[in-house]
Design a protein around this ligand. Structure first.
Ligand SMILES: [Zn+2]
Length: 404
């Protein structure tokens, strides 16, 4: 896939002069580095990044530009994506991976797709902006990707997780939690709310990732927390970076006169690669202004403390009896088997003719933030839907359904 991608980009640019010119201009773009909170941040002067206004959703197929090529990518459960060359690049070979249908930006269900992409594009890092965290097209689900190594925080993660793999414990990282073969670390430098994850399997990585998001507060009007996420594969394992945010834009973005800077932080900026679309801003930006920009969009100290506390606290499992009867009808929504029954027989639970002391149907994803029904109970009061794990036990001569 990696060579496919490089060929795809090459073929695309050879027939698309307007965009090829932008990639050429990128090669001579002015850059400078400034130390900010212990991180050597890169500034890139990029006037080509100013928004292009077309009509309609730019990520919908019917609005693709003339000469635009696509490379298909298949996600989980039949979700299809189109890989496109980014028309307003920050990086060489800057890609947009967009859903083939017009559906809102959300990471729910899609993080495993992001991990699959990362596994297939070994020289690339895949990234995601949540709806209020730097994306210009929140109405259409998409990821982005670029070759590895451009973002300072990414390079820090690579160095630190390599040390962890070698059995060392870098002082910049604090171990927070683990789920099976996945581990979550808090990065104690640069800005607040930065987490680094590593896992052997995409399944454990996804569990760890959703557990982190579960510990966040959701603003009433929003569908998911504000964050930027990165995923890539390295040294035979999955690695991810998650940066929890507060505001979408810093105060200077809205200021007038000399106090105004057109900086709208997305994934790249939060990882220490700051794109400067206004030429006049490039020389005026300095460490104090950048520190303030990061401060404005970063999680507050109190919110970070609360998040860390929730992550290390052991979560109590709550079990509630929901239905007791000689025979109970139920359905596990994800398994496609349709309605089934269990019954009480000889002091045990009878399921498909076999007898059990206890029968457990684990919830597919343990998430309270994105809770959606995982099973149905057909009781006397009709059908009731529940999110979580379903267990059947024997209680006082009956079958008892328990919701965990
Ligand atoms: Zn669209």
């Amino acid at each position: 896939m990696a060579t496919d991608i490089d060929k795809f980009v090459h073929d695309q640019l050879s027939v698309w002069p307007a965009v090829a010119a932008k990639y050429r201009a990128l090669k001579s773009a002015r850059t400078r580095t400034i130390p900010v909170n212990g991180m050597l941040v890169t500034l890139q002067s990029n006037p080509g990044r100013l928004p292009i206004f077309d009509h309609g959703c730019p990520l919908c197929e019917e609005n693709y530009m003339e000469h635009q090529h696509t490379l298909p990518f298949e996600g989980r459960k039949g979700r299809k994506y189109n890989i496109l060359v980014n028309r307003a690049p920050i990086f060489p070979n800057h890609l947009v991976i967009t859903r083939d249908i017009h559906a809102p930006q959300t990471i729910w269900h899609r993080f495993p797709d992001m991990l699959d992409l990362a596994a297939q594009m070994e020289n690339y890092i895949v990234f995601y902006n949540s709806p209020n965290s730097g994306t210009t097209v929140p109405q259409h689900a998409h990821f982005q990707a670029c070759p590895k190594g451009y973002m300072p925080l990414e390079r820090a993660a690579e160095r630190l997780l390599h040390m962890v793999l070698a059995g060392e414990t870098p002082s910049e990282l604090e171990f927070i939690d683990s789920v099976r073969d996945a581990q979550l670390y808090h990065y104690k430098r640069f800005n607040r709310g930065i987490f680094m994850l590593r896992a052997q399997t995409s399944k454990s990585m996804a569990k760890m990732f959703y557990r982190l998001l579960d510990c966040l507060n959701l603003l009433a009007e929003e569908t998911e927390p504000r964050f930027n996420a990165f995923a890539y594969c390295s040294e035979g394992e999955y690695r991810a970076l998650v940066i929890i945010r507060s505001a979408s834009k810093p105060q200077c973005y809205y200021a007038k006169g000399d106090a105004h800077f057109s900086i709208a932080p997305g994934s790249a900026e939060m990882a220490g690669f700051v794109v400067v679309p206004e030429v006049g801003d490039f020389d005026r930006l300095d460490a104090p202004v950048l520190e303030q920009i990061f401060e404005d969009v970063t999680l507050s100290e109190a919110d970070e403390k609360r998040l860390l506390w929730r992550l290390v606290r052991t979560q109590p499992r709550v079990e509630v009896g929901i239905c007791a009867a000689a025979c109970i009808g139920f359905e596990i929504i994800s398994d496609g088997a349709g309605p089934q029954t269990v019954s009480y027989r000889e002091g045990k639970i009878d399921y498909n003719g076999a007898l059990y002391d206890e029968l457990v149907f684990e919830a597919v994803t343990i998430s309270t933030l994105f809770a959606e029904p995982s099973f149905v109970i057909y009781g006397e009061e009709g059908e009731r839907r529940y999110a979580g794990t379903l267990k059947f036990i024997v209680d006082s001569g009956k079958g008892q359904a328990v919701h965990i």
